[in-house]
Design a binder for this molecule. Structure first.
Ligand code: ADP
Length: 292
């Protein structure tokens, strides 16, 4: 199978600092791939390189069959991009924002009108077409960005922190739109996030980035199997000091049953509990730090 997105030994250096370090990754057609990592891990820089907005210092990137350095225009015609910073034009109406993007992509007028109507309906903005973008809520602006990114019918959609700063209900609504696009249109997606629930809910495969490096990748169940599906949490001290009592030691077990069995065998279970391991636990295990 030809990868939808392929990075081979990609480096990006800013001011003598390697912010993306020897990244190799292939994303399959139709897959939702999530890049998870704390702030500064290099996720946005990776998206910027994949979408022709930044050039890699070293390495080879192919997107939708085109080399990003040699064939940037062809890459741009095949991809939709939703960036972290809201990039809609605040003083244009919703419709005008769409219209402008459609013209930039040379979509013929009749098709442009029909598609604008269709995508604004898809993201639930049909009743706001004549409103200026600045009057929209954060979630609506993000939906407008998504509708706009879809207008030229891309086969791959890049979403950089698509739900950052949105309330949980709006986040859910966007998740549904993303899932539907993937399931119904077969759209390949790469999204970055530092919300582990987002990758757990949306992503077929996950790559964990830290300090410019891809430190782990696979499906959620592969990662949980590899690191252990069951967790025993041990409170480090029970001194009554709130800060100290917040520190936990994590012990991974292949299954939750084995974690429970371990707990049962402890003569003193004070400050101990078990639960299924999640992505954040795996991240902490790998890096010794939290995601946020
Ligand atoms: P993430 O998206 O994972 O939060 P970024 O890719 O935004 O991480 O940033 C990775 C590192 O690269 C950070 O240390 C950031 O300060 C640095 N960086 C990003 N863009 C630039 C730039 N244009 N010039 C210099 N440094 C940059």
């Amino acid at each position: 199978m030809v990868a939808a997105v392929s990075l081979q030994n990609v480096h990006k250096v800013y001011n003598n600092t390697c912010v993306v370090n020897d990244l190799s990754l292939a994303i399959h057609p139709g897959e939702i791939f999530g890049l998870l990592g704390p702030n500064g891990a290099g996720k946005s820089t990776t998206i910027r390189m994949l979408t022709t907005l930044a050039q890699q210092t070293q390495g080879h990137i192919v997107v939708a069959g085109y080399d990003v350095t040699q064939q940037p225009a062809q890459v741009r015609s095949k991809i939709g991009v939703v960036l972290q910073q809201v990039s809609v034009d605040a003083d244009l109406t919703v419709w005008e924002n769409m219209e402008f993007h459609g013209r930039m992509h040379h979509i013929p007028a009749a098709q442009r009108q029909a598609d604008i109507r269709q995508w604004l309906g898809y993201v639930g903005l049909s009743d706001r077409t004549q409103d200026k973008a600045k009057t929209l809520s954060g979630g609506m602006k993000r939906r407008l960005q998504i509708a706009r990114a879809l207008l030229h019918r891309p086969s791959i959609l890049f979403l950089d922190e698509p739900t950052v700063g949105l309330d949980p209900q709006t986040r859910r609504r966007l998740w549904e739109i993303i899932l539907e696009l993937n399931r119904e249109q077969g759209m390949t997606m790469l999204l970055t996030t530092h919300y582990m629930e987002e990758v757990e809910y949306l992503c077929d495969r996950i790559g964990i980035m830290d300090q410019g490096r891809l430190i782990e990748s696979g499906t959620l169940s592969e990662l949980r199997q590899k690191h252990g599906e069951g967790l025993v949490m041990k409170q480090q001290s029970a001194t009554g000091d709130a800060a100290a009592d917040n520190r936990w030691e994590y012990l991974f077990f292949p299954t939750l049953a084995e974690a429970n069995q371990y707990l049962d065998q402890q003569p003193d279970k004070t400050g101990m509990m078990t639960r299924p391991a999640n992505l954040e636990d795996i991240f902490v295990e790998l890096t010794g730090r939290n995601l946020d």
